[in-house]
Ligand binder design. Structure first.
Ligand code: WT7
Length: 638
C-alpha cells in the first residue's frame, strides 16, 4: 500500500490536481462562488463593515458603538460597548423557536451508550448548573477549572460558566496531575469540575485521583464537583468534594443570563509556547461568537438538518469553538463521542457515522492516517452515504491521506475543508469553503475578512514557492485578547517578531494561485498527533529526573502521528545509559506531561550542539536525526 500511495501522490502533484466543486454542492451552499468572491473583496475593502454584518446575524442586548477600537495596539477591542452573552445565542434564543425540541447534543460513549439532549433539555441542565455555581458563590469573572471527559456535562459546565459570566478554564482530561495543577494554579480557579472516571480503549481512568493530586496544596480551590460517569469508587472525604448529581437534583431550571460586555472574558485555555510555561489564551464573548459563527456557517455550510460530528475533544480549542459553541449557535445537532476512534475495532468511526446518519465529519490527519493503515475495505463496507462534507484540522494533511479520505470516506462526492487555525485565532483563518476548488494538501486561502501573507523575518514578502512565516495583517473578531496575567508575553510572542503583524509560528509556502501550503512550525514547538508540545517542556521534565544533567528535545517525522518527540540526553556523573533508563525516562515524561506527549527514541549523548551564547541548536539535532542539510552552522560553538 505504501508504495502505491507514494507513487500516486507523486503523480498527483505532478498533475497539480485540482478538485472543482460540483455545482450541486455550490448551488445549495450557504455561500456560492460569486458570494464568496464578493465576501473576500468586501472583507478587504471594509473589514469593519464586513464583520459588523456578520455580528448582526446574532442577538445582542445592546448594539456596539464602534466595530473596532485599535487605539492601543495590539490590544484590539471589537464591538465596543456592545452587550451580549454567547449563551443567549447558543441556547436561550432557541427555546422559543422550532429548535426547542430538536437534538442539541447527540452523545455516544465508548461502551456504546447513547444520550441525547434537546435544546430545551440542555437549556434546563445549563440553568441548573448555573444555579449550582451561583449558590456556591461563583461570580462574574471567577475562574472555574474543568477537567472532564468528552461527555455532555463538559458542555453543560462550560455553558453554565459562560451564562453566569464566570471564566472557564478547561484542561484536557489526558493531562497529568502536574500539568493540571499548574493550570489550576495559574488561573487561581475557585472551583474544579471533574468526573469519577473515563474510559479509553476499554480501560478505566480515575480522573478524580488526578484531581486530588492536583488540588493538593492549591488553596484557591474551594470546591471540587464530581460527575458520576464511570461508577468508579472515589475518595470524597475532603470537605471540598461535592457530587454533581446531588447538587443538580434540587437546582431550579430557570436562571438569568448575565449581561456581558462584548470584551468580557469568556474563557481561558492553556496552550504550549516556546518556553516550558504554558500560555493562558484569553477569549471574550462578543468577537469570538461572531467569528466562530460566520466561519462554521460558511466553511461547514451548517444547515438545521445537519448531524455534525467534530471528532475532537472539548479540552482543545477545536472542541470549544466547533463542538460546543458554534454548532449550538447555529442550532444544529452536535455529536460527541467519548472514546478511542479504533475501539473496539477500526470500524468504530464508520459505524458511528452510519448509526447516526452523520452529514459532516471533522477530524484530524493523524486519525485519518491511523484508520487508513487498516485498509480501504473498512470504510467501504459501511454505508457512509449520509456524509456530504469532510474536514481536517490540527496539522498539515499529506496528499495521500487527503486522497484516501476523499475517496474512501467521502465517496469522491464530499469536499474536504482543511482548516488552518490555532488556539489563539479562536476561529478558522486559512480554509476553503465548499465553493473552493481544492488542492490535496493545501488549506487553500485566508477566510473572507482575513488578510494573511507570507513574509520573511524582516517583513519582506516571500515569492511563490518559497517558505516563509504566516503573518496576519489585520485583527479579526475571534482573536485572543491577551495572555492571562501576561500582557508583555502576548506582545512579544505574537506582535513583536515582525512589527505590525500577528506571527502565528508556522512556516508556509504560497503557490502561483495564492493557495497556502503549511509546512509545520517555525519555532520550538512540535506537533504530535495534532497536539502542540513545546520542546522546552519536555526538556524541563527530563532535567527534573535524577539521572539527567542536560537534555534537548526535537520532533521527528512519524507516518501516523505527523511527529514524535525525540530527546538527546546527557547523563549525570556515575549514570550509564541503557534501554531500561530510556524506557524509564519516557515513562517519566508521560507521567509528568500526560499521554499526549509520545516519545520516539531517547538517545544518550556526551555533548549537545550549542551556539556561542549557549543555546541548544535544535535545528542541527533535527537535521542529523532526519538526515537533512544542517544549514548555517556559523554560530555553532563546538
Ligand atoms: C497549530 C495550532 C486549531 C485547532 C487545532 C490545533 C497546526 C492546525 C492545521 C492545518 C497545518 C495546522 C499549526 C498551528 N495546525 N491546523 N489545517 N494545517 N497545520 O490548535 O493546539 O492551537 O495548534 O496546529 O501548526 O499553529 P493548536
Amino acid at each position: 500500500m505504501q508504495d502505491e500511495t507514494t507513487l500516486r501522490t507523486e503523480a498527483l502533484l505532478a498533475e497539480k490536481r485540482v478538485f472543482k466543486p460540483s455545482s450541486q454542492i455550490v448551488d445549495q451552499a450557504n455561500i456560492n462562488t460569486e458570494q464568496y468572491e464578493q465576501a473576500i473583496k468586501y472583507g478587504e475593502a471594509d473589514p469593519e463593515g464586513y464583520w459588523a454584518e456578520a455580528a448582526q446575524e446574532l442577538e445582542w442586548f445592546r448594539k456596539w458603538d464602534r466595530v473596532l477600537d485599535d487605539s492601543d495596539k495590539p490590544f484590539y477591542k471589537w464591538f465596543v460597548n456592545g452587550k451580549c452573552n454567547i449563551v443567549h445565542n447558543a441556547l436561550d434564543r432557541h427555546i422559543n423557536t422550532e429548535n426547542r425540541n430538536k437534538t442539541a447534543i447527540l452523545w455516544e460513549g465508548e461502551q456504546g451508550d447513547v444520550e441525547q439532549l434537546t435544546y430545551y433539555e440542555l437549556y434546563q441542565q445549563v440553568n441548573k448548573f448555573s444555579n449550582v455555581l451561583r449558590s456556591l458563590g461563583v461570580h462574574k469573572g471567577d475562574r472555574v477549572a474543568i477537567y472532564l471527559p468528552n461527555i455532555p456535562e463538559i458542555a453543560i459546565a462550560m455553558l453554565a460558566c459562560a451564562k453566569i459570566g464566570a471564566v472557564h478554564n478547561v484542561v484536557y482530561a489526558g493531562f497529568s496531575a502536574a500539568a493540571l495543577k499548574e493550570r489550576i494554579h495559574g488561573s487561581a480557579a475557585r472551583i474544579v469540575v471533574t468526573a469519577d472516571g473515563s474510559f479509553r480503549r476499554g480501560k478505566l481512568i480515575n480522573l478524580k485521583k488526578v484531581v486530588d493530586e492536583a488540588v493538593d496544596g492549591c488553596d484557591t480551590v474551594e470546591r471540587v464537583i464530581v460527575v458520576k460517569r464511570a461508577g468508579e469508587s472515589v475518595d470524597m472525604s475532603d470537605k471540598r468534594n461535592l457530587w454533581y448529581h446531588e447538587l443538580m437534583r434540587d437546582a431550579a431550571t430557570e436562571a438569568t443570563t448575565e449581561v456581558m460586555d462584548a470584551e468580557d472574558t469568556l474563557f481561558m485555555l492553556y496552550t504550549s509556547g516556546t518556553t516550558a510555561k504554558p500560555k493562558g489564551i484569553v477569549h471574550v464573548h462578543g468577537g469570538y461568537m461572531v467569528g466562530i459563527h460566520r466561519t462554521l456557517k460558511w466553511v461547514f455550510d451548517i444547515k438545521p438538518t445537519d448531524v455534525y460530528w467534530c471528532a475532537a475533544d472539548p479540552g482543545w480549542i477545536t472542541g470549544h469553538s466547533y463542538i460546543v459553541y458554534a454548532p449550538l449557535i447555529a442550532g444544529t445537532t452536535t455529536v460527541m463521542y467519548d472514546g478511542h476512534p479504533a475501539y473496539p475495532d477500526a470500524e468504530r468511526m464508520w459505524k458511528i457515522i452510519k448509526k447516526h446518519g452523520i452529514t459532516i465529519l471533522y477530524t484530524s490527519p493523524t486519525t485519518i492516517r491511523m484508520l487508513m493503515s487498516y485498509g480501504d475495505e473498512l470504510p467501504r463496507r459501511n454505508d457512509l452515504s449520509s456524509l456530504r462534507l469532510l474536514g481536517s484540522v490540527g496539522e498539515p494533511i499529506n496528499p495521500e491521506a487527503w486522497m484516501w479520505y476523499y475517496e474512501n470516506v467521502g465517496g469522491q462526492r464530499c469536499p474536504i475543508m482543511d482548516t488552518w487555525w490555532q488556539t489563539e485565532t479562536g476561529m478558522f483563518i486559512v480554509t476553503p469553503v465548499p465553493a473552493s476548488p481544492l488542492k490535496p494538501g493545501s488549506a487553500s486561502k485566508p477566510f473572507p475578512g482575513i488578510q494573511a501573507e507570507v513574509i520573511d523575518k524582516h517583513g519582506r514578502a516571500v515569492p511563490p514557492g518559497k517558505g516563509g512565516l504566516l503573518a496576519i495583517k489585520t485583527p479579526w473578531p475571534a482573536m485572543l485578547r491577551t495572555l492571562y496575567n501576561d500582557r508583555e508575553r502576548y506582545k512579544e510572542t505574537y506582535w513583536n517578531i515582525v512589527p505590525g503583524y500577528y506571527i502565528a509560528g508556522d512556516v508556509v509556502t504560497k503557490d502561483e494561485d495564492g493557495y497556502l501550503w503549511f509546512q509545520g512550525r517555525a519555532d520550538d514547538v512540535i506537533n504530535i498527533a495534532g497536539h502542540r508540545i513545546s520542546t522546552a517542556e519536555i526538556e524541563s521534565v527530563l532535567v527534573g529526573h535524577p539521572a539527567v544533567a542536560e537534555a534537548a528535545a526535537i520532533g521527528v517525522p512519524d507516518a501516523i502521528r505527523g511527529e514524535l518527540g525525540k530527546a538527546f540526553v546527557i547523563l549525570r556523573q556515575g549514570q550509564a545509559g541503557s534501554d531500561e533508563l530510556a524506557k524509564e525516562l519516557k515513562q517519566h515524561i508521560r507521567r509528568e506531561l500526560g499521554p499526549i506527549v509520545v516519545m520516539g527514541s531517547i538517545e544518550f549523548v556526551e555533548s549537545l550542539p550549542k551556539t556561542r551564547s549557549g543555546k541548544i541548536m535544535r535545528r542541527v539535532l533535527k537535521a542529523r536525526a532526519t538526515g537533512k542539510d544542517e544549514g548555517d552552522l556559523t554560530t555553532l560553538a563546538d
